[in-house]
Design a protein around this ligand. Sequence first.
Ligand SMILES: [Zn+2]
Length: 389
Amino acid sequence: MVHTDSKASVPGIREMLARLISQPSISSASPDWDHSNEAVVRTLAEWLEALGFAIEILDVPGMPGKYNLVATLGSGPGGLVLSGHTDTVPFDDKRWHSDPFTLTEKGDRWYGLGTCDMKGFFPLAIEAAKAFIDQPLKQPLIILATADEESSMNGARALAEAGKPRARYAVIGEPTSLRPVRMHKGIMMERLAFEGQSGHSSNPDLGRNALEGMHEAMTELLALRGQWQEKYRNPAFKVQVPTLNLGCIHGGDNPNRICARCELHFDLRPLPGMDMDNLRQAILNRIQPLAERRQLALSFEPLFDGVPPFETPADAALVQACEKLTGHTAHAVAFATEAPWLQKLGLETLVMGPGSIDQAHQPDEYLELSQLQPTVDILRGLIRQFCIG
Ligand SMILES: [Zn+2]
């Protein structure tokens, strides 16, 4: 089904990236910022279809205007997924020196919103794939483009639920300066609230103090943190222990009134090997008895669904292959990715892509031109090994 002019109908790397950058696809919990990613998905689908890929565009349930793209070349039980997210973060117009939606070359850099995080990965993956479209693949090559990585991660979540794509290996092209990453911590953000009873401060029996309950709860949380930090340590991380940060607190209204309501938000960063449901249960086991004793109504819930921690073993075939191709040992990073959901699909997963995380989520985001050819070469090496070899 490959047309003879198929390669010619797909533009070069620069033109592809310019087009993707010109299509706003910001994702944000704030509706003022949030865009559909449909234009980016349709553009990628058009190019990949011209190269002979089978195209599947999937709705993200409950999120109108958001789509995942699964593009597959060849078939077989194994295969390699090259995965990226189509969305970007919002931007601060006043701090940009060029138009965020126009690919601008200056020095040896391409500037634009999403150049490094991470629209830049797609043209390079497509360029890598072009070299293989005329030869039979023993295992499929899949290019996966997801929605809403920067906000809800609901694109990846929907894929895990749908059981797609099916393959053996996955590389997520987040900006790691082309160094393989096989671990990151998880992210949880939780809300704890107590509801008591207000009353005159002169007689404590007139009410039930939510603020004092929260004081005790915070002591419990810090004690739990201490226990977890004793028990879990991973020297691959810069911060080697799981963290728990008490982020903000709101409660009460007057010094001479018993505080009726108090709410605490905190963030938890578990290490690989720590299960998020177990952590929530451990917190609840500590807080519930004190709430009962103080007769405070308790609510404890996640502020968002969270990102599980991620780890792929050092001796995994994909880790070994990427270390060999790049000359770098796989390491751990401080940011979270869609890797846990691809792992849920049974994919051996690794994070590695062009550009530096230092430029991500920043004004004047750019991609170094020196990253382009090495990325294409490394991806071709992976395709050769996992789709042809
Ligand atoms: Zn990213």
